[in-house]
Design a protein around this ligand. Structure first.
Ligand SMILES: O=P(O)(O)OC[C@H]1O[C@H](OP(=O)(O)OP(=O)(O)O)[C@H](O)[C@@H]1O
Ligand SMILES: Nc1ncnc2[nH]cnc12
Length: 183
């Protein structure tokens, strides 16, 4: 089963994958797809508010955040990591329970990322917003390090996220039932 996605003037066939007995998603994986990453970054920047720094969540948001930061004139971008690394100090950690993962995850930043974000205008970016858990965790991280969230953006808003008025996105992505029918 596949879903035909139109985004940023491009078409992609997304495989429909099981999340639970009742919920299936069309998996949107920007890894390996430079054309989609570059085009989506360009379209998102046209809609973006003024910002100093981009933050995203490890891992699928990384190429998008990098490309947006590059196209915006080499602005800094921060990756909130799913676990601490030995080279990170003074950790700030939040919990996140995203739709694709069957266990609670964490997102964290360290001292270096805090310094980049403190008192700055921060644009929160991800590839997909679905339950909103990941973007909410990024919001919380920014808040805890003293940054100011000026916008929340994603390429796709999945399921009920498409009804949110506090996010900017390029296209809606439906959820599916076990027969591949749009919910
Ligand atoms: O709105 P939510 O329900 O939180 O879902 C959206 C998040 O889920 C995916 O990441 P995932 O947790 O699958 O991790 P990955 O990017 O490492 O694959 C996606 O890249 C978003 O970050
Ligand atoms: N449709 C989707 N594809 C990839 N990652 C996701 N995370 C949440 N929904 C997703």
């Amino acid at each position: 089963m596949e879903y035909l996605l139109n985004v940023a003037g491009l078409e992609r066939h997304l495989p429909i994958c099981k999340v639970s007995d009742d919920i299936y998603i069309a998996a949107f994986i920007m890894f390996n797809d430079v054309e989609v990453t570059v085009a989506c970054a360009e379209e998102l920047l046209k809609k973006a508010p003024e910002f100093d720094v981009i933050i995203t969540a490890e891992s699928k948001g990384i190429p998008l955040a990098y490309e947006m930061a590059r196209q915006a004139g080499n602005k800094p971008y921060i990756v909130a990591r799913k676990g601490p690394k030995i080279y990170m100090s003074d950790l700030v950690t939040v919990n996140v329970d995203s739709i694709t993962t069957d266990h609670m995850q964490t997102l964290c930043v360290g001292h270096d990322e805090r310094e980049v974000m403190e008192d700055k205008q921060i644009l929160v970016v991800d590839d997909v917003i679905s339950t909103g858990e990941s973007i909410a965790a990024l919001d919380k991280l920014v808040d805890e390090v003293g940054g100011n969230v000026v916008g929340r953006m994603s390429v796709l808003a999945e399921g009920e996220a498409a009804n949110r008025d506090d996010i900017i996105f390029l296209a809606k992505l439906p959820l599916f039932d076990a027969n591949g029918e749009v919910m």
